[in-house]
Design a protein around this ligand. Sequence first.
Ligand code: HEC
Length: 185
Amino acid sequence: MQSGSRRRLSPTRTALAAALLVLSVAACAPADTPRDPDARTWIRNMWTGPAVLPQTEARPAPERSLAIDAPRIMNRREARTALTNPLDETPAVLAEGQALYDVYCALCHGDEGDGDGELARHYRRMPPLTARHVLNYPDGFVYSIIREGGRNMPRFGDALSVDERWALVHYLGTLGSPEPQAVAR
Ligand code: HEC
């Protein structure tokens, strides 16, 4: 129908237009289920596509996502005091921490944690992890640094499991201390 035209319509034309309108509205109205999913109807992608119809089954939430009212992950300040290392500092844990350090951290912080890794020269500042203040960080604080990264440090929460992060925390505590043999001499 032409909009804006104020032409008088004959009764027959009006009836015809009304019938057409009813028909087209009926065609748009969604049915509960498509009668024949393979039937060639226009715009049936909402039925046959991967979309979930409203008020039907919800898709599973992405892995490790949190509901709005679920307990949230502690921020760094909270983690500092609330989190303690659940792993015992065994030789196996330290060995795992060292292996992880060599893979994930040494390229920036250096093999011995002195801040002289391969990539360090690309940064304005690469903190040595052997510094007294870093060695004095509470375990939970170091853990959250590893999990969330920093301004220029990447986060490792996605790459490392919880136990791997805690193993690293134990290993970082040994950086800067003399080798056991050296002490024995
Ligand atoms: C791509 C380079 C890079 C990698 C890889 C990296 N870091 Fe860092 N890290 C930094 C930088 C840069 C800082 C200084 C803070 C900032 O700018 O994010 C930092 C800071 C830190 C600090 C705090 C130091 C301070 O003085 O407060 C700790 C602890 C730390 N990193 C541990 C780690 C551990 C453990 C790993 C391996 C899991 C790691 N980092 C991997 C670049 C890196």
